[in-house]
Design a protein around this ligand. Structure first.
Ligand code: ATP
Ligand code: MG
Length: 457
């Protein structure tokens, strides 16, 4: 009943239709040259064929903020089939909500038909929200005004027409951008209930773009954080990945924490952050990721998640060892438990969790520097990731930095220098350890099931 009513409000049946402000080029300053050739071609072709088509969402927001938009989304009156027919290199994707990917050269733009809020077809089905108000369905075609109102923040609901260079603004988003304000469209609490992920989006966008969340938009977040528990884990994973790869992960995680939103996202991330060593390590790895993104270097989500969860693995590992389990089985069990504990919340895909385990499993091997072991380790296809991870552990104070330096030299050294490096170890008392380890060989990381990938025999 309530859902139906809200739906009517959202589908514009109770509130009068809104007139958009048409903001001219002189007021927003986005020249069509700022739009990618592919997005230009798509809007133009759609318009020539009798449809309306605009660049929408993050690209318009970022362009007005003076940022380089990273991808372009198009909103149009054309149906997915009509779009598909106009572009040879295009395909319809998505089952619940179908959008069209149009490819030009190496670029892809995402084309969506205008959509209405969930209950535009409320006569057909009452089951559009769960008991907390979370929308289960919002895939109904609508008009441009409805498409604006179903979006989250006013600054994300701007439609830019490259032909006229005008921005169609239904919710004063341009003004908010000028004031560097983030404001939710509609009633913030209700919109967070419909989709709790909007809380994370609020934090991510404000922290990464240097915007202030409007008081009314921010206020409900604290009490609504438990709703994140109802979001499907795969969706949370995607949103967290976006946040962590935004190039501003450090600020974003700090802001998440400030809003109390980190609880339950990565289970125990809160606990980790409260231990000085864990916090240092996590924050360093976030800074490291941000720096890589700024320098256009690749970043691996597996590496990042491996770092975020490392201190949890460490804690479990130490505990199992203290309970009498041998070192390597204890590490394996701790890793499995940590990955398992994530599954219900964040759903780290298997392809990442396998890589994370490889990075973790390599860590004890860095401490075993006698005999042929270092030679075998540097041949490991994942050596680089494991070594980078070791350096982070050194920098955070967890591991003696001399060990990291040793590996830095060893991997690039010639045979003479390597002999010196081994001699240095003997000086540090490596020999007795070597003998001891030989007796207990079965328990070393080298003998563990080889999650580290193929090693030369
Ligand atoms: P980014 O620059 O990180 O991609 P974005 O705002 O473009 O940020 P997208 O996930 O690409 O984020 O979403 C595109 C647009 O879709 C948004 O600008 C917004 O208008 C709308 N949108 C995305 N997620 C939601 C949501 N959860 N609720 C309402 N509208 C949303
Ligand atoms: Mg986007």
């Amino acid at each position: 009943m309530i859902t139906k009513f809200l739906g009517k409000v959202f589908s514009g049946r109770i509130f009068k239709a809104r007139q958009p402000k048409i903001v001219p080029f002189s007021a927003h300053g986005i020249a069509r040259e700022r739009i990618s050739p592919c997005a230009l071609k798509v809007t133009q072709t759609l318009q020539e064929n009798g449809h309306t088509a605009y660049v929408v969402g993050g690209a318009v927001r970022d362009a007005i903020l003076g940022w380089e938009p990273k991808d372009f989304d198009i909103a149009t009156s054309a149906t997915p089939e009509q779009v598909r027919e106009l572009f040879r290199r295009s395909r319809i994707i998505g089952r619940r909500f179908r959008i069209v990917h149009v490819m030009c050269g190496r670029e892809t733009v995402e084309v969506s038909t205008y959509r209405a809020g969930a209950a535009a077809d409320d006569d057909k089905d009452d089951q559009v929200a769960d008991e907390h108000g979370r929308l289960l369905r919002d895939n109904v075609f609508g008009n441009q005004e409805q498409d604006a109102i179903r979006r989250d923040f006013t600054i994300n609901a701007l439609f830019y027409d490259p032909t006229t260079q005008q921005v169609w603004d239904y919710h004063d988003g341009v003004e908010d951008l000028k004031k560097k304000k983030m404001r939710m469209i509609g009633d913030p609490e209700q919109r967070y209930r419909e989709d709790p992920v909007r809380m994370i989006r609020a934090v991510r966008l404000s922290a990464s773009r240097g915007l202030e969340i409007d008081q009314a938009t921010r206020a409900p977040i604290k009490s609504l954080t438990p709703l994140l528990a109802n979001v499907p884990p795969a969706r949370l994973f995607d949103e967290m990945l976006k946040l962590l790869l935004s190039g501003h992960a450090y600020e974003c995680v700090k802001a998440l924490r400030h809003e109390g939103l980190h609880h339950g996202l990565l289970p125990m991330l809160d606990v980790i952050l409260e231990q000085p060593m864990g916090e240092r390590f996590v924050m360093m790895s976030l800074r490291n990721t941000d720096a890589r993104i700024k320098n256009d270097k690749s970043v691996s989500p597996a590496f990042l998640f491996a770092s975020l969860l490392w201190h949890e693995v460490l804690a479990g590992w130490k505990k199992l060892e203290a309970d009498g389990m041998p070192q390597i089985p204890a590490l394996f069990q701790a890793m499995d438990e940590v990955i398992q504990s994530q599954a219900g919340k964040l759903a780290i895909p298997r392809r990442y969790s396998a890589d994370m385990k490889e990075i973790w499993v390599m860590q004890p091997r860095f401490l075993q520097r006698n005999g042929r072991r270092p030679y075998r380790l540097i041949e490991n296809p994942r050596f680089r990731a494991g070594y980078d991870f070791l350096l982070l552990r050194c920098a955070s104070g967890e591991v003696d930095p001399a060990i990291g330096e040793w590996w830095t030299r060893f991997q690039h050294a010639d045979e003479t220098e390597r002999r010196e490096l081994f001699a240095q170890l003997t000086g540090e008392g490596a020999e007795p350890q070597k003998r001891k380890r030989r007796k207990r060989r079965r328990r070393t990381a080298d003998d563990a099931p080889d999650a580290g990938g193929a090693e030369p025999s």
